[in-house]
Design a binder for this molecule. Structure first.
Ligand code: WQD
Length: 338
């Protein structure tokens, strides 16, 4: 049984990926510092899969601890999620983002190299494309200047990994996620934002639950069918499965290059109003909202061309926006803070 380290394995995408890895028979070791996650997620994972993954409370900024972990645990691959991810915050706290997202990546890669661990999957983002000019976005679309420190940290992260693969025994895949949403069908794990949500879906679900008075729709004067921005919302379970397929690709030596990049989205674009309407319909609820000014740093559209992931990786999304918005609401209903 192959052993996979999942950093940030108690976070939103990490926890769903741990479930899919365990379902496929992999042994999982989670590293998480609990800075933006909850230890209770471990019980959720255990209850879904019937197996408790090994858990290590390690802050990856602690170089010594990272070294000790890799020395003491013989592993076959690493999926690296642990990072800070709030776009807005990254504008005001760039150093936090460069330390959390770049320094930790370097420490992990150094220890993988020292301990001859050669398979690496990197949690990348559609933000690497910056404010794209053409849609849908393919992997060959230009990497434009990042709009914020978060996006820049993902661009730099990809470059660091690519440089290492050129000279060291490292095979890597960067998965560029579009907008991950939804939760596991068991409703035992889901998205758990701390404080006021920054992202659309948790804000919608918390408004429906009465925790937030109303949703602010950030602008309706964009050049789209209804004036609100378009995103490619991808169900987190589909996204999690992409990681399992990518890890198998590394183990089975199917790579065409030592560093590969794949867009992970659905190829379907939805506006903010489309999301609100679909949420109201599938859950039979009404959302209070008002249109306010545009949010700084927002782009008109992100939409993935997923044909490369379909044909080369052999992955495609199966769940819909409706599935995601239904599971997001069922998860919200289970939360205690109401
Ligand atoms: C979606 C749309 C907002 C909140 C996210 C991640 C980012 C990256 C891509 C991975 C936008 C609108 C939102 C609200 C609103 N993923 N909105 N009212 O900005 O596309 O970025 O996905 O790396 O890290 O953060 O997602 O959910 O914040 O916004 O009108 O209260 O919803 O303007 O059009 P975004 P989001």
């Amino acid at each position: 049984m192959q052993k996979i380290v999942v950093t940030g394995g108690l976070g939103f995408i990490g926890s769903h990926t741990v479930v899919e890895l365990q379902n496929e028979g992999f042994e999982v070791l989670i590293i998480d510092n609990l800075s933006n996650s909850n230890i209770g997620v471990l019980d959720g994972i255990t209850s879904i899969t019937g197996k408790k993954p090994a858990f290590f409370k390690i802050d990856l900024k602690d170089k010594q601890k990272v070294a000790q972990f890799f020395k003491e645990n013989k592993v076959d691959g690493v999926i690296h999620f642990a990072a800070s991810k709030a776009v807005g915050e990254s504008v005001h706290e760039p150093l936090k983002y460069y330390e959390n997202n770049i320094a930790t990546l370097i420490y992990v890669l150094q220890e993988m190299n020292k301990n001859k661990v050669t398979n690496f999957i990197f949690s990348s983002s559609c933000t690497v494309y910056g404010d794209a000019d053409e849609f849908p976005i393919t992997e060959k679309s230009p990497i434009k200047k990042a709009e914020n420190a978060y996006g820049n940290s993902k661009q730099i992260g990809e470059e660091i990994i690519a440089d290492v693969t050129k000279v060291k025994n490292l095979n890597a895949i960067a998965l560029r996620y579009f907008n991950p949403i939804g939760g596991h069908k068991s409703i035992k794990i889901g998205e758990l934002p701390l404080g006021v949500p920054q992202n659309l879906i948790p804000y919608v679900t918390q408004t429906a639950a009465g925790i937030r008075k109303e949703l602010s729709v950030f602008g309706n004067d964009y050049e789209t069918h209804d004036g609100t921005p378009i995103r490619d919302y991808i169900h987190v379970t589909d996204l999690a499965k992409a990681h399992v397929i990518a890890m198998k690709r590394l183990f089975e030596d199917k790579q065409k290059a030592k560093m590969e990049y794949f867009n992970i989205g659905t190829g379907v674009g939805s506006s903010v109003f489309d999301v609100i309407k679909t949420f109201e319909k599938v859950n039979d609820l009404k959302i209070n909202y008002k249109v306010v000014d545009r949010r700084e740093g927002d782009v008109t559209a992100y939409l993935a061309d997923v044909s490369f992931a379909n044909t080369e990786l052999g992955w495609r999304s199966e769940l819909t926006l409706k599935d995601a918005l239904r599971s997001a609401w069922l998860w919200q209903e289970k939360q205690e803070i109401k």
